[in-house]
Design a protein around this ligand. Structure first.
Ligand code: PRX
Length: 637
């Protein structure tokens, strides 16, 4: 497969960018022409940001799996589509060619049909990082079922909330998951969640860890048994459902500044075109390259850059079940060496953590196959950038610092590997089709360079969020109402003298912990579930490895045992309500919180104290009880 739209020089980037701004419809029609359509679109783009209502390629019909699988069969049917490396390096790896993946996706799509799933239904997927996760995702897309993947680290309560919000009817899970030296009992977590989910009619369970699980009669069925049934049916060909360009492809939940996660909705055609276009251009993928993205499919990075982007481009995508530090901190480098990985895409938090283990784990690893390195999910500090560049890339691999969000579907701001210049800690320039701008608090655009403000986008790109599932107005108020006429990212950024963007972090009450988005309100809600807690306030503080850590101030009125066990109890409550990723790093017990006379918590003060800035706390004169600040300062952890 060749990519006629792959940009090869700075000049080509500039002219593509100009074309995408002067004639967006012509530009994207030109790209979209390189995909398989069942019916060509009538109109490239209709949009307004006030409802918001954005439609790409209306009238067009297609199925994303025909673009990810069928269209590659003739030319590259025997090429590896997925290379899978298990958690335990002693277990055999697996390779699925495009032909095999196509076969398995059709087979599992038939399983879904046999179990009553049909176009438009919502299915929750809660699985380990095994090839069957990608197969499940693609099988849903094959028959027009909307997938909602929930990351394997979320708790029963979080799963239940997501299942209820989307009205899912079926769950695909596994008995358990291996992560490092832990076994995670996925099925039993699902069982706990489903107590609250009457809409679920069927649970399909893959065998992975072989822990004993309870199977509920009439509801639960084994993946392997269902496959056998399809085999006895003679493996009927499972034709792809013809989807309208704007039919929903998936829902993916993400945290915002309120307590309830939002179901971000992406649709078929625009998402596919942009995931593919950004993949091919940012990473400069060449046919035959082995591409390794270390994310989990449970996050948007996995959706767009493990599954849909690479597979739609006929790439070989490596899927890793485990964690970077198991069995030791050299695991990524072993994988690069073992499979001769050419492109590596990971998170700054992983780089910082591996950096901390020292160079012993890097030396003696053959990393000479690497051509391109990438980062995603949070700002990368210069020290980590240089370590990645020198110790992993040996000074010869460009690093792409890719800025984007669950809501953007694909990478919006990044250098293009080896084509446009990178700059440490800068995402640099927008991709063609992306029109960023910075605004001040009042929404006035900040022109020129060397300015900083809130990052917005003024024109739709094909994979922009379409709605928040079940609550369109929430989509409008969250992203399109702060600055009318603009999509607001929630991020702050600065633009340097050459026009490069540097993302400085969230400007709302959303934390970025190890590259995971966590709303402070969600953590507070979870803490407040503990019977002894009266009130809490959560803020972020700088953390060497995680980027941001979670600092909780808690008013506790329950049984006063020792502070350590109170903290442990609260931490466990958060893990139970949200999942281990949201556990507070620090819990300070306080007798009051700094509030204004109208009862609003002054988070600014709490943030400063958590950051260790005890002197310049700003104006505290509007506080109801200024003395509380002194107490909190005195007890800082
Ligand atoms: O704050 C930005 C940060 O991650 C947020 C999006 O999180 P999520 O939807 O979970 O998606 C993560 C993977 C795309 C953004 O609002 N972020 C993402 N990439 C970068 C980044 N911050 C700085 N630099 C980046 N390259």
């Amino acid at each position: 497969m060749s990519y006629p739209y792959q940009i090869k020089s700075s000049e080509e980037y500039r002219s593509a960018y100009e074309a995408s701004v002067s004639d967006p419809e012509g530009f994207w029609a030109g790209i979209a022409a390189h995909f398989s359509w069942r019916r060509k679109w009538d109109k490239v783009l209709e949009w307004n940001f006030s409802d918001p209502d954005v439609k790409w390629f209306t009238g067009g019909q297609l199925n994303i799996t025909e673009n990810c699988l069928d269209r590659h069969l003739a030319e590259r049917g025997d090429q590896p589509a997925i290379i899978w490396e298990p958690n335990d390096p002693g277990e055999d790896y697996r390779i699925l060619t495009y032909k095999e993946l196509h076969f398995k996706v059709c087979q599992f799509a038939q399983v879904l049909k046999n179990n009553g799933a049909k176009k438009g239904d919502r299915v929750c997927i809660y699985m380990p990082m095994v090839p069957e996760l990608a197969i499940a995702v693609l099988a849903c897309a094959r028959i027009g079922v909307i997938h909602s993947v929930v990351f394997g680290g979320f708790s029963a309560q979080s799963i239940a909330d997501r299942i209820q919000d989307a009205g899912c009817t079926l769950v695909i899970t596994a008995d358990g998951a291996f992560r490092g030296n832990k076994d995670i009992p996925l099925k039993s977590v699902i069982d706990d969640a489903l107590v609250q989910c009457p809409t679920i009619r069927r649970v399909i369970v893959l065998t992975r860890t072989r822990v004993p699980v309870s199977m509920i009669k009439g509801r639960d069925t084994w993946w392997e048994d269902e496959i056998r049934k399809v085999e006895t049916q003679g493996n009927p060909a499972c034709p792809a459902e013809v989807m309208d360009a704007e039919d929903m492809l998936f829902i993916l939940y993400t945290s915002g500044s309120t307590g309830k996660p939002k179901g971000v909705v992406h649709t078929c055609a625009g998402y596919m075109v942009f995931a593919n276009y950004s993949f091919v251009n940012v990473f400069q993928y060449q046919p035959g390259d082995v591409y390794f993205c270390t994310a989990d499919i449970g996050w948007i990075t996995g959706h767009s850059y493990i599954v849909y982007g690479p597979l739609s481009a006929g790439a070989t995508t490596l899927l890793f079940e485990g964690i970077p530090t198991f069995p030791d901190a050299g695991r990524f480098w072993d994988i690069v060496d073992k499979f001769k990985v050419n492109i590596l895409y990971t998170a700054p938090t992983a780089i910082r953590s591996l950096m901390g283990f020292g160079l012993d784990f890097v030396k003696n690893k053959d990393l000479s196959s690497l051509k391109v390195l990438g980062t995603v999910g949070e700002p990368i500090n210069e020290e980590a950038w240089h370590w990645y560049h020198e110790q992993i890339g040996k000074g010869r691999c460009p690093i792409v610092d890719t800025w984007w969000q669950t809501e953007t579907g694909g990478i919006l701001i990044s250098n293009l590997a080896g084509v446009t210049p990178g700059k440490p800690a800068h995402a640099t320039l927008p991709l063609p089709g992306v029109q960023p701008l910075l605004v001040d608090e009042k929404g006035e655009e900040l022109h020129g360079n060397n300015v900083s403000g809130n990052l917005c986008i003024k024109f739709p790109w094909p994979s922009i969020i379409r709605t928040t599932y079940g609550d369109h107005d929430r989509c409008r108020t969250t992203y399109f109402a702060t600055y009318p006429g603009l999509y607001f990212t929630g991020d702050g950024a600065l633009r340097d003298e050459q026009g490069n963007y540097r993302i400085t972090g969230r400007v709302d009450d959303v934390l970025n912990v190890s590259g995971h988005r966590i709303g402070t309100a969600e953590v507070e809600n979870a803490i407040n579930m503990h019977t002894g807690v009266v009130e809490s306030a959560v803020v972020g503080y700088p953390h060497d490895i995680k980027g941001q850590g979670i600092y909780a101030y808690v008013i506790f009125n329950g049984n006063k045992t020792d502070e350590a066990s109170i903290r442990k109890d609260i931490t466990q409550t958060v893990a139970r309500i949200i999942g281990p990723i949201a556990k507070p790093d620090k819990i300070q017990l306080v007798s009051g919180l700094p509030k204004t006379r109208s009862g609003k918590i002054m988070r600014r003060i709490l943030r400063k104290i958590a950051e260790g800035e005890l002197q310049n706390l700003g104006d505290t004169s509007t506080l109801l009880d200024p003395a509380v600040v002194e107490e909190i300062k005195g007890g800082k952890l």
